[in-house]
Write a protein that binds this ligand. Structure first.
Ligand SMILES: *Cc1c(COP(=O)(O)O)cnc(C)c1O
Length: 438
């Protein structure tokens, strides 16, 4: 599904979520505005929890926070019983300050800094997913210095190509993530982990990419992890307590995108886990799954106000909005395709237009050739499936102020992240140039 649950047009043609008109939110909070729907997020959490716990008892679901983080979202994730993947000290700090249970947090990253590892050990995260030898040296030192120990998983590169944008592939040979099995890198890392008194090797992790619709690569990844785990058991007598095939499941951005049936996916992944355990005569390890996009993508809608409209006869009609690549870089970065709707009114009439952002790049086009109610300046454009990797990748390009975020919950709406201010923009200027607030 493209839109948050309960999205409908009201009697006057305005788009509503949970009974609240997006046009009213735009008037109250300004645009660009990101609107999230609590019940849609919770519904996705519950679907994952139930699908995986039914198919594979004891399975854990950890939300990949890099898709979108805010304190209010973390409260929902915690309440729904999910864990949390973080990839930086910033994300970890947000989890800590938001009161997220830190034993449910796992730290990822291909270049964790000494400061990030220190913070993770001091705060007591549940697990660290080890990516490289440099990190193992750091962990060796830091666990001794702090007198701490920690559970780790080794991130293995299972060498699997998937059908997604090159920038979203993470497990081909030429990847900066994880350690390859073939030349023995992953095995050497296991040896090294076993030498470090402060590390407890819990198992193996792989993450093959993002926005993936096929199930097969995940099953191959699991069987590769089991073959490796069995080899490590044979060599070092260390049994895998946990196996994680990561995240990366696709969502619908356009109606033409497939919809992955979670129950089928969970069942097949679970079968692959049981098959792997049986094949190598291992006790079935715990399964951890790490969805990001699928938890928050559908729950978020981006709202923009239409400004300049430029007709280039016989070529295209550019409808420019008050946001763009600074709040959603995905079209420019990945060629991502979206749908859109006019949110403040409806009509049977449609015109094919191109929705352009306001930033100083020709590539700042949000949606090319979309059939919309013919837009006028002042209309509102709503883009669905904007909950993941939009705000999370937002920048201050052109010194844009980052958008406000509203959460609709139980039929009411509240601001959960305020819009940035000019003071926020200037807060880091520490030079001696006098500045006036007039
Ligand atoms: C990004 C990432 C995820 C989540 O990916 P989605 O495509 O958002 O589901 C999960 N695990 C790891 C290690 C990641 O880097």
């Amino acid at each position: 599904m493209l839109w948050p649950l309960t999205t409908v047009r009201d009697a006057t043609g305005r788009l509503t979520i949970g009974g609240i008109a997006l046009a009213d939110l735009a008037d109250e909070f300004g645009t660009p505005l990101y609107v999230y729907h609590d019940e849609t997020i919770r519904n996705q959490c519950a679907l994952y929890r139930e699908a995986f716990q039914t198919a594979y008892p004891g399975a854990r679901v950890a939300y990949a926070g890099k898709a979108y983080l805010s304190s209010e979202l973390l409260a929902i994730i915690a309440d729904e019983g999910l864990g949390l993947d973080v990839v930086s000290a910033g994300e970890l700090m947000m989890a800590y300050r938001s009161g997220f249970p830190l034993e449910r947090v796992v730290l990822h990253g291909n270049n964790k800094t000494p400061e990030e590892l220190r913070l993770a050990l001091e705060l007591g995260v549940g697990e660290i997913i080890v990516d490289n030898f440099y990190e193992l040296d750091l962990l060796d030192e830091l666990t001794r210095e702090l007198g701490r120990s920690v559970d780790v998983l080794l991130r293995v590169n299972p060498n699997i190509d998937v059908h997604t944008h090159d920038y979203r592939k993470t497990a081909i040979v030429d990847s900066k993530f994880g350690l390859l099995i073939e030349p023995g890198f992953a095995r050497q890392a296991v040896e090294r982990i076993l030498e470090i008194p402060g590390l407890r090797l819990r198992g193996y992790h792989a993450h093959i990419g993002s926005q993936i619709f096929e199930i097969e690569p995940f099953l191959t990844s699991i069987s590769t992890l089991f073959a490796f785990a069995a080899d490590m058991y044979e060599r070092y007598d260390v049994k895998p307590a946990q196996i994680s095939p990561g995240g990366g499941f696709g969502i619908q951005y356009q109606k033409s995108d497939p919809e992955v049936e979670l129950g089928t996916f969970a069942a097949q992944v679970s079968d692959a886990m049981r098959k792997g355990a049986e094949e190598y005569d291992l006790a079935p390890p715990q399964l951890t799954i790490e969805p990001g996009r699928t938890i928050v993508g559908q729950a978020g809608v981006a709202l923009y106000r239409v400004g300049a409209i430029k007709d280039i006869p016989g070529v295209r009609r550019y409808v420019s909005v008050d946001g763009g690549m600074a709040d959603n870089i995905r079209p420019a970065l990945y060629g991502a395709k979206y749908e859109a709707e006019i949110a403040n009114r409806d009509s049977v009439e449609r015109a094919t237009v191109t929705i352009a952002g306001k930033f100083c790049e020709s590539g700042d086009v949000l949606v090319r050739d979309v059939a919309l109610v013919p837009p006028e300046p002042g209309d509102l454009v709503a883009i669905p499936a904007a909950g993941a990797y939009c705000l999370a990748m937002a920048s201050n390009y052109n010194l844009a102020l980052k958008p406000a975020v509203v959460m609709i919950s139980g039929g009411s709406a509240r601001l959960i992240q305020r819009r940035e201010t000019y003071d926020d923009l200037l807060a880091r200027e520490v030079g001696t140039v006098a500045r006036s607030t007039n």
